[in-house]
Design a protein around this ligand. Structure first.
Ligand code: HEC
Length: 108
């Protein structure tokens, strides 16, 4: 492979996350901002990394356990998993639907 082609491939690769972010809707972006600020200390919120807190499921795996829509209600009522390490959160309806919108982007 010529180094020129290699550079082109690398440039595309590096540009991709930016492209993906640009394709998110405003609601999805707000959801991402919210989970980055409030959840990412423990949960992996992207497609690749491991959760900082091992027992916290990466968000990209949640949809394998339940439809992510079902979290909307849980987020409104306050998530309590019975796990001491997990703080209780209560979101307002707009925040909850933004978070669910973001979670859905991880299923694509
Ligand atoms: C201080 C660490 C911590 C933070 C911050 C945190 N979580 Fe968790 N979360 C956990 C742990 C630990 C578990 C696993 C609990 C268990 O298996 O009992 C968990 C589990 C979950 C689950 C799975 C629940 C289930 O029944 O399987 C969801 C959904 C979840 N968290 C959402 C969130 C959201 C949304 C945020 C941000 C608003 C958040 N978490 C922030 C630690 C955290």
């Amino acid at each position: 492979m010529t180094s020129r082609l290699f550079n082109l491939v690398m440039a595309l690769y590096l540009a991709l996350p930016g492209v993906a972010a640009a394709q998110m809707s405003p609601s999805e972006q707000r959801g991402q901002t919210f989970v980055r600020a409030n959840c990412s200390n423990c949960h992996a919120i992207d497609r690749v990394s491991a959760s900082p807190l091992k027992v916290a499921p990466p968000f990209r795996e949640l949809h394998r356990r339940y439809p992510v829509e079902s979290f909307q209600e849980a987020l409104l009522e306050g998530i309590r998993t019975g796990h001491v390490n997990m703080p209780e959160f209560r979101l307002d309806p707009d925040q909850a639907s933004d978070v669910v919108a973001y979670l859905k982007t991880l299923e694509r």
